[in-house]
Design a protein around this ligand. Structure first.
Ligand code: FES
Length: 342
């Protein structure tokens, strides 16, 4: 006799004896989050509210002992032995420290380096002994000189003492002109944050695809540094696109990280024919679909020019990644904002 499983989204399914909740839910047309279907990625993590559920073996990366004590289950491994009720975890419920306090910080420029024709890397120390808690991938408002505030993503890990930002300078931009001509080491900068939802979902243990363009590399760098620090073993594929090879930066840093971590793969891709024959040529989104045929269990982090983010999102959705598993941060320049308003 099948068991009734109530799912907190209002659905109820029937699960035949010996069958898993995930298989039954998918057979019955429920959009249940899932990936590997074999207890390895954690994408189907849910909370048991009531009933008797037995789980077949799974990886501790997908569900650890503490989570099991909190009645969390993997639906792909869960066989009910009575009627029961479960709750699908949303990303936000699955994410501790969800609402971090917005802080105002007094910072000081400790390093400023031009890394391409128009991109600067700026490091700030935090002056007022504040601990700035943020999630890898988030951004802050920066008040540089007397310019109007602007948003920049942290490129540093949340564990680092200093903050790193990548600033693309644009002709005619107020902040750009100030950074190029006036900004000095030791200068005070106020920042306010953190903000943004395109941050690393730490409980997801499945593979990651990160697509970055321009200074969209900054939040991706923060995500990668942090996931290395917490000893993440998940496969991470980073695709970094630009118009020409002169616009690429931080390549060595990523190459070094991928030498240390065999699960980390880094692919710079340029549109114009590169002098460096090792570089891949084409659109970054084409490289993604050329390389990855099965996106089951993936989460995607996208950051950079709005058009690139939009195209990457469309492609990933057509390849089967659910919208809720795509975390995007489109970097609007003043020119993009004017175009949007037209
Ligand atoms: S752990 Fe259940 S789908 Fe991957």
């Amino acid at each position: 006799m099948p068991f009734k499983v109530k799912i907190s989204d209002g659905n109820e399914i029937l699960v035949d004896e010996g069958n898993t909740i995930l298989e039954a839910a998918l057979d019955q047309g429920i959009d249940f989050p899932h990936g590997c279907r074999s207890g390895n990625c954690g994408a189907c993590k849910s909370k048991k509210i009531s009933g008797d559920i037995e789980m077949s073996p799974y990886s501790e990366f997908a569900l650890d002992e503490d989570e099991e004590k909190q009645n969390l289950i993997l639906a792909c491994r869960s066989v009910p032995w009575s009627d029961c009720e479960i709750k699908i975890l949303t990303d936000e419920e699955d994410d501790e420290n969800n609402n971090l306090e917005i802080k105002n910080l007094e910072c000081k420029v400790v390093n400023l380096k031009k890394v391409t024709n128009d991109i600067y890397v700026m490091n700030l120390s935090i002056d007022n002994k504040e601990v700035f808690k943020f999630k890898a991938g988030q951004y802050a408002e920066l008040y540089i000189g007397k310019c109007k505030e602007k948003h920049f993503s942290m490129a540093s890990s949340p564990n680092a003492g200093e903050l790193e930002f990548h600033i693309k300078t644009l002709d005619g931009g107020e902040v750009s002109a100030y950074v190029k001509n006036n900004l000095k080491i030791g200068e005070a900068i106020k920042i306010k944050g953190p903000y943004g939802n395109a941050h690393l979902r730490e409980k997801h243990k499945g593979p990651i695809i990160a697509v970055a363009g321009g200074t969209g590399l900054a939040p991706i760098l923060s995500i990668i540094k942090y996931s290395q620090e917490i000893g993440s073993k998940q496969p991470i594929n980073i695709y970094y696109g630009s118009q020409s090879e002169n616009e690429l930066y931080s390549i060595e840093q990523f190459e070094e990280m991928s030498k240390i971590n065999e699960n980390l793969k880094f692919y710079p891709v340029v549109i114009e024919k590169p002098k460096n024959k090792i570089l891949r040529r084409g659109f970054v989104t084409d490289a993604v679909i050329e390389d990855i045929k099965d996106f089951d269990g993936y989460k995607a982090y996208l950051a950079g020019p709005p058009k690139m983010v939009e195209v990457a999102e469309e492609i990933l959705i057509t390849k089967g990644i659910r919208k809720v598993d795509i975390h995007s941060d489109a970097f609007y320049t003043p020119y993009d904002e004017i175009k949007e308003q037209k």
